[in-house]
Structures are given as structure tokens and as C-alpha cells.
Design a protein around this ligand. Structure first.
Ligand SMILES: *Cc1c(COP(=O)(O)O)cnc(C)c1O
Length: 359
């Protein structure tokens, strides 16, 4: 069996141990005589799975009883719409920070249904940095402040989160479980699962319970947070397979030292690449040093043809998913929790070799 070095941005590498466990349980889950995909979502077996996924997330992030943990469909993208529909009451406005492709998608969606104020935009600088605290003038009467904590395409992240009196909302799709966060500082955290949590088609939402009450009467039933809180994420048939995989990923993260251990590992993996990029004129990092992501490392070469050649040769050598997003070009290595140090070391060695031959 030949497994590649997978640096894809999402769907992305899964932990091998999790895939093996899923394979072992594929035909007969917990003596049910069925695969998880054949089980009723109302069965005792599935209830244990969704409870396990929830308690795993609660333990790993230290989520208190003041928050609900939801498993929703529509990915992170549906949250771009659900957040303003539920949490921005009629006639009121919400604040947004435009740090890149994902933040701007959230802004676009929010503007469709009401008022959204963009406090700061990095667009003029090609989204290469995160604003400093003093650059943000948060509106005192805003319904919430929305940020994207790690921009998957631009390769930048918030090192420190803004201090706010209004509820802070963060899209953590591409970095959840890669560093400890104080959940109590947030009104709502959400993440599409396919980067650090499991398969695509599922969003995890952690919402402070008092915010669930804000929703106006005109919001469709399925789009209301309260619908999903009140039904334990079983209002309709959830993505049972994805919930099961998230449970396995939680168990894997816990058995490997928890989120703090992955923060350390992520720092080590990212440093391998950034040190190499900074150590030579051959490679160039377009993003501000203080804003660099440790999940999505982006870099450039002197010419686009050379970048294409790099991606092509890397693929032949078993390194997958290194082409930068089509909207920005360049190279991107996504080094989520499931990407091993050995894979990153192998990539660094390949880069050194490529530089020697082409530098
Ligand atoms: C991938 C990603 C999304 C979109 O997730 P979907 O599940 O495809 O909707 C949103 N935000 C960020 C930061 C992402 O990385």
C-alpha cells in the first residue's frame, strides 16, 4: 500500500490510525452487525457516537455547559448565512474583519440579509496580514464581531484574538484543534470538518446558549440554531458517517496529547518550512511574519513556470496538493494535525534538492 504525502487544503489528510479504525469497524460497528452508515440516527448505537463526538470536543477545547455543540450540514459556508440570520436582530448591524477569501465570503453573505460593517480590510495588501488591535474600532452596538481565525488560502492567522464586549464569532475551519483557545471569549465558533476534524459535509458549531434566543420569527426552521440545539443535532438525518469520523478524530487527538501537544507539533512542522523559505532567496513568503499560519504555509518562487515545475515534480515524487489556490497561485502546503512531521521533513528535503537543481 502506497500512501502519499498529502498536503491538500481540504478535504485533507486524515490520521492513518483513524482510517484503520474505521476500516476495522466498517462492516460491524459495536456488534450491531451493520456499518455506521446503515444504522438509524435514532438508534442507541448512533446516540453513543454523537454523544462521544460532542464530549470529545468539549474535553479537547474545554467547552463549558454555557455552550451548545452542534453538528450541522452545509459546511462552514452555510454558517456564513446562518450567523447573520440568527444573531443579527432586525434593524441592527454586525462588524466584520476582511482578512481574506473566507472572511470576504462571510461578509458577502451577511450583506445579503442586512447591515454589515467592515472594520478593516487587507484586500489592498493582497491579504498578507492580520490587523493590529489598535486598527480595529469595534462598534459598541454591533450584534457581534466576525473574524476568520486562519485564512486557509492566504496562509495567515490571528495570533491573538481581539478583545470585545460584543460577542466574538470565529470561523476556525482550518485551525480548530491546532491550538488551545479560551472558548469563553467567544459567542460562537464554527468549523467545516474537512481540515482538522474529519470528512467534508459537516460543520461543528459551538454556540453560547443565550445567543440561541436571538433568532427572529421569520427565519426558516432548519436555519435556526434553536432547532438544532433542541433536537441534539438530530432534527433531520445528520451526516452520520462524518459525525462518527469526528468522534474517532477526537479520540485520536486525545490519545496523542490533546490540543496543546498539537500546537507544539504544528509549530515544529511550520518552522521547518518557514526556516527553509527564509533561509534562501530562491523561495519567498508573501505574508507578514507576525501573521503566518502554522496550518497553511504559502510561498512563491521567482517565476510561475518554476512554481509549476515544482508542483509537477513534487507530485511525481509523492507530494500531493501543493498547488496554491487558483485565486492566488504560488505554492501552499497545508500541514493539518494529521500531516506527520515525517511528511514535512520529506517535503523539506525535496525542496532543498529542487533548489540545488534549479537555484
Ligand atoms: C474550507 C473553509 C471554509 C468552507 O468550508 P465548506 O465546508 O466547504 O463550506 C470556510 N472557511 C474556512 C476558513 C475554510 O478553510
Amino acid at each position: 500500500m502506497a500512501r502519499v504525502h498529502n498536503f491538500s487544503a481540504g478535504p485533507a489528510a486524515m490520521p492513518l490510525a483513524v482510517l484503520e479504525k474505521a476500516r476495522a469497524e466498517m462492516l460491524d460497528l459495536a456488534d450491531s452487525g451493520m456499518s455506521v452508515m446503515e444504522l438509524s440516527h435514532r438508534s442507541r448505537e448512533f446516540q453513543a457516537i454523537i454523544d462521544g463526538a460532542e464530549s470529545g470536543i468539549r474535553r479537547l477545547l474545554g467547552v463549558s455547559d454555557n455552550y451548545a455543540v452542534l453538528f450541522l450540514q452545509g459546511g462552514a459556508s452555510l454558517q456564513f448565512a446562518m450567523i447573520p440570520m440568527n444573531l443579527r436582530r432586525p434593524g441592527k448591524s454586525a462588524d466584520y474583519v476582511d482578512t481574506g477569501s473566507w472572511a470576504s465570503k462571510a461578509i458577502k453573505e451577511a450583506k445579503l440579509t442586512g447591515a454589515a460593517k467592515v472594520l478593516w480590510s487587507g484586500k489592498g495588501d493582497n491579504y498578507t496580514k492580520i490587523p493590529k488591535a489598535e486598527e480595529l474600532k469595534i462598534s459598541p452596538d454591533a450584534e457581534y464581531l466576525h473574524i476568520c481565525s486562519n485564512e486557509t488560502i492566504g496562509g495567515i492567522r490571528w495570533m491573538q484574538f481581539p478583545e470585545t464586549k460584543v460577542p466574538l464569532i470565529a470561523d476556525m475551519s482550518s485551525e480548530i484543534f491546532s491550538r488551545p483557545v479560551d472558548v469563553n471569549k467567544f459567542g460562537l465558533i464554527y468549523a467545516g470538518a474537512q481540515k482538522n476534524l474529519g470528512p467534508s459535509g459537516l460543520a461543528v458549531v459551538i454556540i453560547r446558549k443565550d445567543l440561541v434566543e436571538r433568532t427572529a420569527g421569520s427565519v426558516p426552521v432548519f436555519m435556526r440554531y434553536s432547532t438544532h440545539v433542541n433536537s441534539g443535532s438530530l432534527y433531520n438525518t445528520p451526516n452520520t458517517w462524518a459525525v462518527y469520523m469526528v468522534k474517532l478524530v477526537c479520540e485520536w487527538v486525545e490519545s496523542n496529547g490533546g490540543v496543546a501537544a498539537f500546537e507544539k507539533k504544528s509549530g515544529e512542522k511550520a518552522a521547518l518550512l518557514y526556516d527553509l523559505i527564509d533561509g534562501s532567496e530562491f523561495w519567498r513568503s508573501p505574508v507578514e511574519k507576525e501573521s503566518r499560519s502554522v496550518m497553511n504555509v504559502v510561498w512563491r518562487l521567482s517565476k510561475e513556470e518554476l512554481e509549476e515545475e515544482f508542483v509537477k515534480q513534487a507530485k511525481e515524487a509523492g507530494f500531493i496538493g501543493l498547488k496554491g489556490h487558483r485565486s492566488v497561485g504560488g505554492i501552499r502546503a497545508s500541514i493539518y494535525n494529521a500531516v506527520t512531521l515525517e511528511s514535512v521533513e520529506a517535503l523539506a528535503a525535496f525542496m532543498k534538492d529542487f533548489e540545488q537543481k534549479n537555484g
